[in-house]
Design a binder for this molecule. Sequence first.
Ligand SMILES: *[C@@H]1O[C@H](CO)[C@@H](O)[C@H](O)[C@H]1NC(C)=O
Ligand SMILES: *[C@@H]1O[C@H](CO)[C@@H](O)[C@H](O)[C@H]1NC(C)=O
Ligand SMILES: *[C@@H]1O[C@H](CO)[C@@H](O)[C@H](O)[C@H]1NC(C)=O
Ligand SMILES: *[C@@H]1O[C@H](CO)[C@@H](O)[C@H](O)[C@H]1NC(C)=O
Ligand SMILES: *[C@@H]1O[C@H](CO)[C@@H](O)[C@H](O)[C@H]1NC(C)=O
Ligand SMILES: *[C@@H]1O[C@H](CO)[C@@H](O)[C@H](O)[C@H]1NC(C)=O
Ligand SMILES: *[C@@H]1O[C@H](CO)[C@@H](O)[C@H](O)[C@H]1NC(C)=O
Ligand SMILES: *[C@@H]1O[C@H](CO)[C@@H](O)[C@H](O)[C@H]1NC(C)=O
Ligand SMILES: CC(=O)N[C@H]1CO[C@H](CO)[C@@H](O)[C@@H]1O
Length: 851
Amino acid sequence: MSLSQVLRVLTLLVLGATTASVLAAPVTPCAGYQATNVLQGDSYLVADLALASNCSLYSQDIPNLRLLVEYQTETRLHVLIEDADRNVYQVQERVLPRPSNQNISSARAALRFNLVKSPFSFQVTRASTGEVLFDTSAAPLIFESQYVRLRTRLPKNANLYGLGEHSDDFRLPTTNYRRTFWNAESPFIPRGQNLYGSHPVYFDHRGGASGTHGVFLLSASGMDVVINQTESGDQYLEYNTIGGVVDLYFLAGPDPSGVSKQYAQVVGLPAMVPYWTLGFQQCKYGWPNVDHVAQVVANYSAAGIPLEVLWGDIDYMNAHEDFSVDPTNFPLPKMQALVSSLHANNQRYVVILDPGIHYRADYGTFQRGAAQNAFLKAADGSWYRGLQWAGEVVWPDWLAEGTQDWWTAEILSFFNASSGLDVDGLWTDMDEASNMCGDTACLNGSPNPPQSPPSSPGPLRGLPNRDLFHPSYRIANHRGDISASTLYTNITNADLTSQYDTHNLYGTMMASATYTSLLARRPGIRPFVLTRSTFAGTGRRAAHWFGDNASTWADYRATIRQLLAFAAMHAMPMVGSDVCGFNAAAEEHMCARWAALGAFQPFYRNHADISAPSQEFYRWPIVAASARKSIDARYRLLDYIYTTMHLAAKDGTPNVKPLWFVYQSDVNTYAIQTQWMLGDALLISPVVDDEAQSVTFYLPEDVWYDFWTWETVTGTGGSVTVDGVAWTDIPVHIKGGSILPLRVKSGNTTAEVRRENFTVVVAPGVDGNAEGVLYLDDGQSVDVGREWSEVVFTWDGGEGRFEAKGVFGFATDVVVESVVVLGGGQGPRTKMGPWGLGGSLGFSFEVIIEN
Ligand SMILES: *[C@@H]1O[C@H](CO)[C@@H](O)[C@H](O)[C@H]1NC(C)=O
Ligand SMILES: *[C@@H]1O[C@H](CO)[C@@H](O)[C@H](O)[C@H]1NC(C)=O
Ligand SMILES: *[C@@H]1O[C@H](CO)[C@@H](O)[C@H](O)[C@H]1NC(C)=O
Ligand SMILES: *[C@@H]1O[C@H](CO)[C@@H](O)[C@H](O)[C@H]1NC(C)=O
Ligand SMILES: *[C@@H]1O[C@H](CO)[C@@H](O)[C@H](O)[C@H]1NC(C)=O
Ligand SMILES: *[C@@H]1O[C@H](CO)[C@@H](O)[C@H](O)[C@H]1NC(C)=O
Ligand SMILES: *[C@@H]1O[C@H](CO)[C@@H](O)[C@H](O)[C@H]1NC(C)=O
Ligand SMILES: *[C@@H]1O[C@H](CO)[C@@H](O)[C@H](O)[C@H]1NC(C)=O
Ligand SMILES: CC(=O)N[C@H]1CO[C@H](CO)[C@@H](O)[C@@H]1O
């Protein structure tokens, strides 16, 4: 019981003593709501909810609510509980467009909704089994102006995953666990705390006939999600938000990848990445000047380590102002020469931008933004200010009308390909937003005048008369108050919503605006944006790295569980860590292992802090050797990886999977967080212990093939220990039943790789058969029209028949040189092609097995 609950009960007791004659019945605090006027159609249910008794736990009760239940698709049920007056804030459609409702008949739905009228609660059940998936009778609903509580019962020790961004166990703890959602700069990615992004979706895996389902709370509100057991041992999950509505999407699965797809359909399919972004990338905060940076490029080349993308952290800027270069250390002509030479070698350049715009009267970017009314304002009309890298700054209001145009104009002009810095992508950092002004007093002498929020912001824009600075329910934000180290939550946005409600959207709005600008800069070409702060749906526009971790073995391991959650459960396939760690000194063995681990994660960038020693791969012989070996493998696999990105963009198919997505009834897999499947064919099982040269990992019951040697390895559903794993090695297995398209050779750049022919590796499954898919296009167009190929390979082991069928719309000279069938017992059996992949309409091809 919280202190305020104690106080309330005491107050009631006192009241009860003095007004006993007035109170006919004993008052039960927080008795929830009662449903009336229930109206049910074939594909929906609506009802009114009336407050049963005053609760006022932390703020004002909202007495009248409206329940809307929609059977949106066969696998998606939408349950919305909103205030009857529809003033409570709901996430703007322009930030997160809602999926369309297909109004399917409830009789056809995989999920059922059961209403309990008094006290109001509901259950969601799986139609095929009758199993209860969600049951809010665990506690009465509380729906106040600044506090909403909804609790569901769950099976004891449920297998729950998701709820990013966090650095905790992949399979979430089921007792005494609290996940806070409040985007915050979080150096060292602290365990058990809120980090940079908010994705309030969880997967509940029950296995067998019970399958997997997902639950997404579409809310940007600050909140604590508690997973715990009552004293009597009942398992529950409870949402405690500081506002917003209860907007739930239930995703039926029952296949775990099905839940991933159903979720992506709600928040938006991920953006397709340009092909080059799968190349290896190098960054460092603190590179002193452009000559040093050019040396980094030259030294990578000299070491024979393919470098695809060079990054510029804030060092390149003049006085840390966006859209400027340091005239001394990074003068524009030299920068242009650097970028030209990179482009001449098919390499790329990406730089950072921060949201804090220097508040300096003669700074053009500030002047033009001010003229467009693009910044957040205090009540008296002055610009709301904070502290960021550049010093005193103002902040773009991404919801103001002129902001997108201003931002696009700045990007078009500064990153002008002919007269400016011709970058290939942009990186949006500090966009939680991070404010170095931790409290109200740091802007010596120039405090912002207090602002009174609008008395009626309007429909769905937020209730008036709330305490937007110090709500009485305090979420467990590790930065302290909700306004600490960020934008004050009592700032009003141009659309009259307030930062209190939209805080968690700031980064996703900046990334999205940047995407729009890049598309305007190069119409038709896929933009590439990397963002630190994210929200549900950010994958539609941006990639993400796991923030400012450290060069430790612990953080090396943490990247795997972060990868699993983001890629498999948050519809964000283009993710990865700062390889070798951001903060502190990287050690040779650890960096060698991390170079290999990163090569099998989608976004592959080495990056370090200014205070950390340089950690480019070429700086240690072992690390260089590890990088060469892993990059060689990655590049031969590039089209396999690109195909997984394509499938993710096409329908939300997860490009990375935990083992339990594949072996759904194997309970041994449920807690595994140090291995991952890259696509359907590859299992990555890195060495994970500090300084170790052996690894024990799980190999599900199946037939596997060592990726490096092509030897058959029989999985028994037990642990396998591999000793003597060299610092340059990483265990990788091909799953039986897969077909893997590999480039015959790697290259120094992804452009070179694209010119190589293929060899197709067939890894027969337990039944002797296999299949796989290869997607090809030009690697850069947003709309490739009909110029794409999706080739489905199948292998029938009984007949020794290999087929390649599908769509062959992408013209290419590249051919499949050979088909290799693994598992002959005497090494690979090979049958030669070649045949062209371009232009033809499909074909079938006999493979004669040679032992
Ligand atoms: C809550 O309290 C107010 C007075 O403060 C009263 O008017 C109202 O009827 C109460 N509502 C319920 C549901 O008890
Ligand atoms: C579904 O029903 C709603 C409300 O009746 C309606 O507004 C919407 O257009 C319908 N959608 C489809 C796809 O029929
Ligand atoms: C979990 O419940 C126990 C009592 O059952 C309680 O002591 C503990 O504080 C709860 N943890 C959280 C995070 O709410
Ligand atoms: C590049 O390599 C040269 C020769 O080994 C070395 O002197 C220089 O310090 C290196 N520079 C960088 C930035 O790695
Ligand atoms: C790749 O780079 C290495 C040096 O780093 C060079 O020896 C080799 O010729 C290059 N390969 C191609 C195809 O350009
Ligand atoms: C880009 O530079 C060219 C050449 O200087 C100029 O003509 C063009 O207007 C510039 N575009 C923008 C958007 O600034
Ligand atoms: C926000 O509220 C705090 C606390 O009441 C106040 O000090 C501050 O001036 C307000 N800020 C703005 C911009 O209104
Ligand atoms: C690919 O194979 C074709 C046909 O055998 C051959 O002509 C071509 O040179 C090969 N391409 C490369 C890059 O080796
Ligand atoms: C999440 C995590 O591993 N955080 C660690 C980051 O690195 C620092 C310093 O090594 C550790 O103290 C944190 O625990």
